[in-house]
Design a binder for this molecule. Structure first.
Ligand code: GLN
Length: 484
């Protein structure tokens, strides 16, 4: 059977559609037919909150028409993409996986969405997520959990679980998510796909619903390093609508993909290989490092001594920022409003009581407490100081001549649905290897490095700020070495 077009590498889809050998409409039809078949009925992955077959087909027809009219080469011509449902679009609701925004439609479109469409991509739908991106399993969605395509009794990770599952299941070749503490890399690892979290400021957050503004970055999912990198190239770069987007042009990553690791120094931080790490995950990491060495890299032991404070630091800063960002959902301006309320205060209270799920409420309480007058310096202030030390650990390692760092992405493969929902602390520990990159603002990438009991395991590369190119070079080289 010929390979379905939506399973081909992005470059190939764009080349075929651009040259008129296939129509964007036919690519979208193949993707949507499969999606609709698998997303309805028992055992559905529930990767999407909304999808729109007719809308996608119309958008694809517009791409075909612009190509026929001589639009020239578009890097993502006819490529079906899915967006996490906290990225604002005009043609779909944007729910953030929350009841409070169940009927919300944004009056504007996110910068990343405008860039995707300008590159010829076709948005097929909005993917499921933990409510307001708070979680590591997609079980905190008001629209039911997403299942892992490799084992439907297991979680896909989170909070961008829907995007990761949609790519892993082959519904779409590429998707966007957001990563505040690991929400692109962790689900990429658990679903066996590639996920990139760029340097903070690399990609505009305009139109990304804020969770923790100093940590949030939009990231990309693909089936290969090349696909995830190509998507990043399209969405990256300065944006006048986001003052935290840096005035640095989008990286050109094509050369990095071929660069190889000859002479590259790969740092292996001992704090990311604790004795309690699943031995099978540790073994796959050692195998990956062996391949990098065989391909010409120098492997060097390094230390990031403040790693053990990363989870408590993150779980003060992220909820503090969230408690402030989520204050706007009061039933007045956005989304759902509780009916029958008797006063302004009771409108706020009832709307928030009914609209938010338990994890979001927990974060708002944690964050409000950490920011309250008597505790501000003790909690929030301490966390900010610790964040600076965690960032300095990385700066020192990179200044010592290390080009990239390699670690496991998660401590274990996908866990069972329901296994950790009752134990928030265990859930928080799923991000133990990913939150540091957000705290330090550096880029991170997860790629599949093997399987344990049939379940995918991810390895993570971290690089210095703005050095996505080296991170992608190392990841592409490892991917190649594993394919040989
Ligand atoms: N799992 C982490 C949290 O719950 C990270 C979430 C994210 O990156 N959006 O906060």
């Amino acid at each position: 059977m010929p390979q379905p077009s939506h399973r081909m590498p992005l470059r190939r889809i764009a080349a075929e559609v651009g040259a008129g050998r296939r129509s964007a409409v036919s690519v979208i039809r193949e993707a949507c037919a499969e999606l609709i078949r698998s997303e309805n009925g028992p055992g559905a992955l529930n990767a999407f909150i909304t999808f729109n077959f007719e809308g996608a087909e119309a958008a694809a027809a517009a791409v075909d028409a612009s190509i026929a009219a001589g639009a020239g080469a578009l890097p993502l011509a006819g490529v079906p993409v899915a967006l996490k449902d906290n990225i604002c679009t005009l043609d779909f609701p944007t729910t953030c996986g929350s009841r409070i925004l169940a009927n919300y439609r944004s009056p504007f479109e996110a910068t990343v969405v405008r860039r995707l469409r300008a590159a010829g991509a076709v948005v097929v739908g909005k993917t499921n997520m933990d409510e307001f991106a708070m979680g590591s399993s997609t079980e905190n969605s008001a629209f039911g959990p997403t299942r892992n395509p490799h084992d439907r009794e297991r979680v896909p990770g989170g909070s961008s679980g829907g995007s990761a599952a949609a790519v892993a299941a082959g519904f779409v070749p590429a998707a966007l998510g957001s990563d505040t503490g690991g929400s692109v890399r962790q689900p990429a690892a658990l679903c066996g796909v590639v996920g990139i979290k760029p340097t903070y400021g690399r990609v505009s957050r305009y139109g990304l619903v804020a969770f923790a503004s100093s940590l949030d970055q939009i990231g990309t999912f693909g089936r290969s390093v090349e696909d995830a990198a190509l998507l990043l190239e399209v969405i990256a770069g300065p944006d006048p609508f986001d003052s935290t987007s840096a005035p640095i042009e989008a990286p050109q990553l094509a050369e990095s993909l071929e660069g190889g690791v000859q002479g590259l120094v790969v740092g292996v931080p001992r704090e990311y290989f604790p004795p309690e790490l699943d031995e099978r995950v540790a073994r796959l990491c050692r195998d990956a490092l062996e391949r990098l060495r065989a391909a010409g890299a120098e492997i060097r032991d390094v230390s990031l001594p403040h790693t053990r404070y990363a989870i408590p630091t993150y779980y003060v800063i992220a909820p503090a920022e969230a408690s402030s960002n989520l204050a706007r959902y009061d039933g007045v301006r956005y989304g759902v409003r509780a009916l029958g309320a008797e006063s302004t205060t009771s409108v706020y209270e009832e709307t928030r009581q009914l609209g938010f799920g338990p994890e979001v409420k927990r974060r708002i309480m944690l964050g409000t407490y950490a920011l309250s007058a008597g505790y501000y310096d003790e909690y929030y202030g301490t966390a900010l100081r610790m964040r600076a030390r965690i960032a300095r650990d990385f700066t020192e390692v990179f200044a010592s001549g290390v080009d990239v760092i390699f670690t496991p992405t998660t401590p274990s493969p996908a866990f069972r649905l329901g296994e950790k929902v009752g134990d928030p602390y265990q859930m928080y520990l799923s991000d133990i290897f990913t939150v540091t990159a957000n705290l330090a603002g550096i880029p991170g990438l997860s790629l599949p490095i093997g399987r344990v009991d049939g379940l995918p395991v991810g390895g993570q590369f971290l690089a210095d700020r703005w050095d996505e190119a080296t991170m992608i070079r190392a990841a592409a080289a490892l991917e190649r070495a594993m394919g040989e």
